[in-house]
Write a protein that binds this ligand. Structure first.
Ligand code: UD1
Ligand code: CA
Length: 454
């Protein structure tokens, strides 16, 4: 039978070292708040219920968490009296009775579900506490894991450690699994006689042993357990996260010429056989289908790029851009809330906003949909195989019929019927010899002004 599991997520810290106006667990990694990463990992590790312990920005932290799971209760930690005190803020949740209780810090977004599952497995095998640790040659600041004969006998905080203990390189990652039937009584037994007069969660190891139970350490990679305390660590975690994603995508058939310059988001979906040129930035909500090529310096968010499309270089696709199979959006074009139909081309220096472009239409250089009147947004409908000449302004709301032609430089304020040719500009007139006369007059003016200066 599957074991039931509660995860207590500690997110009540002050985030002092971030020097920020919001809780650090709201800062994004891969465009997703770090708290959402942590809860996602817990969910993937089989956690049924989440108890979220919050301090500042409680509402925003709760909202970011609910985005991942609805099976959530929220507990406020009013005074910051230590990690064990924080875990006990969720005592009503623990009282519900679970086989396993995981305690996870909200600022360790790279933790993998496999690692959490491994610690739960140790409980299933009879341990009362399974602490997730990592090895490092720079253990300063971390609690040290003290082992004997394969068992964990204590976790010593840096401030409380002897010189000999400080030389240990096996450190507490801060996450642990606790026997859910004994968690409450063990947490309640933790005191605060230590250098910081705080209730240390780490003391649970000694308490489990005093009560005849077993504690063990589970080793994870140190990169997985990086806790984010400041913005330099945030950037380091972002780098690690991006590399993991890039490698996964390349292995699944995506070509990246310079992967270190491509940025992905947590929900980016890219099919096999897509090519991303250097310096492509992908925000949230992007799907790219097979065979598409995204050229350098393009910026995408909230966008679907269909099979075989070509985008960029220097294209900006904003939320609601939907490029259908084989269409093209070229350099210095911006597309927002608009469908570009199959095989249609929007190649140069164009803004398409709040619009729909039919299949195989051709949108000339410098075309602008004038979608905004200063108060409201309006829609532009362009039919299949329409040809919009360069430097056209389409003043929305307006409909351009199938297979119509629009003369270059037009300002189109009225609907254009299918197959019609529309001119929306003054007719050209040529005046023979007039250029010569104008030049002579201008030269005379210049000569007169020189004379008056001397
Ligand atoms: C803690 C561990 C240490 C471990 C390190 C790993 C303890 C006593 N020490 O130290 O062994 O090596 O993490 O990163 O557990 N929090 C609350 N309420 C509190 C105190 C903390 O919610 O009253 C939260 C913080 O927001 C944070 C987490 O608990 O997410 C850890 O607290 P922090 O003060 O960063 O602990 P460390 O000193 O890093
Ligand atoms: Ca910390």
């Amino acid at each position: 039978m599957a074991r039931s599991c509660l995860a207590i997520i500690l997110a009540a810290g002050e985030s002092t070292r971030m020097k920020a106006s919001r809780s650090k667990v709201l800062f994004p990694v891969g465009n997703l708040p770090m708290i959402s990463h942590v809860i996602g990992a817990a969910k993937a590790a089989g956690v049924g219920s989440v108890a979220l312990v919050v301090g500042r920005d409680a509402d925003a932290v709760e909202a970011a968490s609910r985005g991942v799971t609805d099976n959530l209760t929220v507990w406020e930690q009013k005074d910051r009296l230590g990690t064990a005190h924080a875990a006990l803020c969720a005592e009503k949740a623990i009282e519900q009775g679970y086989d396993d209780v995981l305690v996870i810090f909200g600022d360790t977004p790279l933790v993998r579900p496999e690692t959490l599952m491994h610690s739960r497995k140790m409980l299933a095998d009879g341990a009362d506490v399974a602490v997730i640790g990592f090895r490092t040659d720079k253990p300063q600041g971390y609690g040290r894991l003290i082992e004997q004969n394969g068992e964990l006998i204590a976790i010593r905080e840096e401030r409380d450690a002897s010189d000999e203990e400080r030389s240990i390189g096996f450190c507490n990652g801060g996450l642990m699994a606790i026997n859910g039937r004994k968690a409450l009584e063990m947490l309640r037994a933790i005191g605060n006689e230590n250098a910081k007069s705080e209730y240390y969660l780490t003391d649970i190891v000694g308490i489990a042993r005093e009560r005849g139970g077993r504690a063990v350490a589970v080793e994870a990679s140190n990169r997985e357990l990086i806790g984010i305390n400041n913005r330099a660590e945030l950037a380091e975690v972002e780098q690690l996260w991006q590399w993991t994603r890039r490698v996964d995508m390349m292995k699944s058939g995506v070509t990246m010429i310079a992967p270190e310059t491509v940025f992905l988001s947590h929900d980016t979906l890219i099919e096999a056989d897509v090519t991303l040129e250097p310096n492509v930035i992908i925000g949230p909500g992007v799907t790219i289908r097979s065979g598409a090529v995204v050229k350098g310096f393009s910026h995408l968010e909230g966008t679907t790029i269909g099979a075989g499309c070509t985008v960029g270089p220097f294209a900006r696709l904003r939320p609601g851009a939907d490029l259908q199979t084989g269409s093209k959006v070229g350099n210095f074009c911006e597309v927002k809330n608009a469908t570009v139909g199959e095989g249609a081309k929007v190649n140069h220096l164009t803004y398409i906003g709040d619009a729909s472009i039919g299949a195989n239409a051709n949108i000339g250089a410098g075309t602008i949909t004038c979608n905004y009147d200063g108060v409201n947004k309006h829609f532009t409908q362009i039919g299949a195989e329409a040809f919009v000449g360069s430097n056209t302004s389409l003043v929305a709301p307006v409909t351009i019929g199938d297979q119509s032609y629009i003369a270059s430089g037009s300002v189109i304020t009225q609907d254009v019927p299918a197959k019609a040719l529309a001119f929306g500009r003054a007719r050209q007139e040529n005046k023979d010899g007039l250029a010569e006369k104008i030049r002579a007059r201008n030269l005379a003016i210049k000569a007169a002004s020189r004379k008056s200066q001397t």
